[in-house]
Design a protein around this ligand. Structure first.
Ligand code: C5P
Length: 408
């Protein structure tokens, strides 16, 4: 990141206080930071603290003659390698999605020719409001990058998605955006998956028992998310359908968040056609037949029986779909006879490739950062050494690109 330049637009939200730390962390890494403070942002942090930490004057006014004399707003919008909006409030997202330009921040977002990374933070209901979700979807279509928001307790006392991502997660997303840019500039040649559409599922599913309880599993989503990011870096148009996870959306992919297996299947089918489908999610095999609308109560009749019924098998459905992608890839998380189970799954689910991994407690794979995988296909088994999940993702993307090229 050393030597890179960030234009940081600070919106008006309580999370703005974290931005001071973000500026510090970026400067520690050799990044130069120019800041723009909205009128609402100035209610939460002062221009003086931003100026002191960034070492640069703070820009606040669209019609400041002094600022314009030193650096016009068009030049300011282009003087950075990346524009970061943090906190990206509902108002800033709405303005950017609709191309409004009635203050310095929104004008810069319209005038810039650089990538923009939004770091949303707002009340959970504001985040979930259809208007905000429409704006986010529009911005993603426009190529705007996002990190967060996270789930959790909020300053307003509510709980849910809307918290601004932690500062170090924002730094990682900024770094990823720089890397994407660097790669795009270096490789004048298109990426190995350029022009290809890839759909990936990741994370666990939650199957409701009643309004407060659910059946879940320990999948972290790290492997699926890493594959999504690697495919995006390789130039693919990536749709990530993601169950409830505690990690941020990968940079450069369109992410649809779902809870249950049936929602996940719906989102995958809605995303077809595609060239590659990768089912990395740990989809629950069963759900409660009749999820109860009211919370179950302890009673004299003893524990309720859940009456489980089978969930749709997303992988098998996509393998036999009339819009079947050219390559359909599944994962097999096993605790014993890993390869044999994967071979059986390959046949049963009619997919082209199964990535088998050992998820027994001693393997440390569930939730960990490393993985040991075996690629099982009709043509045999390929054992890969233990490596980082990000390295598995990169190698898998290269392997799939090769298979597509060979006309798999
Ligand atoms: O049968 P098992 O759950 O071990 O198979 C794992 C593979 O099948 C994974 O790729 C997973 O995403 C997929 N799967 C699915 N729908 C299910 C169960 C598993 O797509 N209901």
């Amino acid at each position: 990141m050393d030597g890179k330049r960030v234009l940081l637009i600070v919106g008006g939200g309580i999370a703005a206080y974290k931005v001071l730390d973000l500026v510090r962390r970026l400067r520690e890494r050799g990044v130069s930071v120019r800041t723009v403070l909205t009128q609402a942002g100035a209610q939460f942090v002062t221009p003086l603290s931003l100026a002191s930490l960034s070492g640069n004057p703070v820009h606040t006014d669209l019609f400041s003659l002094t600022d314009e004399a030193q650096m016009g707003h068009i030049e300011l919008s282009r003087s950075a390698d990346l524009v970061v909006v943090a906190p990206a409030t509902a108002d800033l997202l709405a303005k950017a999605a609709n191309g409004l330009a009635n203050d310095l921040a929104s004008t810069l977002l319209l005038a810039t020719d650089k990538r923009v990374l939004m770091v949303p933070a707002m009340n959970v209901r504001m985040w979930q409001h259809p208007a905000t979700q429409r704006n986010v979807a529009q911005l993603q279509r426009d190529g705007i990058l996002f990190v967060g928001p996270d789930d959790g307790a909020m300053a307003c006392g509510e709980f849910g998605p809307g918290r601004m991502s932690e500062v170090l997660d924002i730094v990682v997303a900024i770094d990823a955006a720089f890397r994407m840019q660097a790669r795009a500039q270096q490789q004048q040649a298109p990426g190995i998956l350029a022009g290809k559409r890839v759909i990936i599922t990741s994370g666990p599913t939650y199957e409701p028992i009643d309004p407060v309880r659910y059946i879940a599993n320990r999948s972290s989503g790290k492997q699926g998310h890493a594959i999504a990011e690697a495919a995006a870096r390789a130039g693919a148009d990536v749709l990530l359908v993601c169950g409830p996870v505690a990690i941020p959306d990968p940079v450069g992919v369109t992410c649809v968040h779902v809870e249950s297996a049936r929602e996940m299947l719906g989102a995958v089918e809605a995303g077809l056609p595609a060239d590659i489908y990768i089912g990395a999610a740990a989809v629950a095999d069963w759900r409660v037949g009749t999820a109860v609308v009211e919370k179950l109560k302890k009673g004299a009749s003893g524990p309720p029986s859940l009456g489980l019924v089978e969930n749709p098998d997303i992988l098998a459905t996509i393998s036999t779909h009339q819009k079947r992608p050219v390559l359909v890839v599944g994962f097999a998380a096993e605790t014993q006879t890993v390869v044999e189970h994967a071979q059986a799954k390959l046949k049963k689910k009619k997919c082209d490739l199964i990535i088998a991994n050992d998820v027994s407690a001693q393997s440390g794979v569930m939730g960990g950062d490393e993985n040991t995988v075996h690629l099982v296909s009709k043509s045999g088994v390929d054992h890969w050494p233990r490596m980082a999940k990000t390295a598995v993702a990169q190698r898998l993307v290269e392997h799939l690109a090769k298979l597509l090229k060979e006309g798999a």
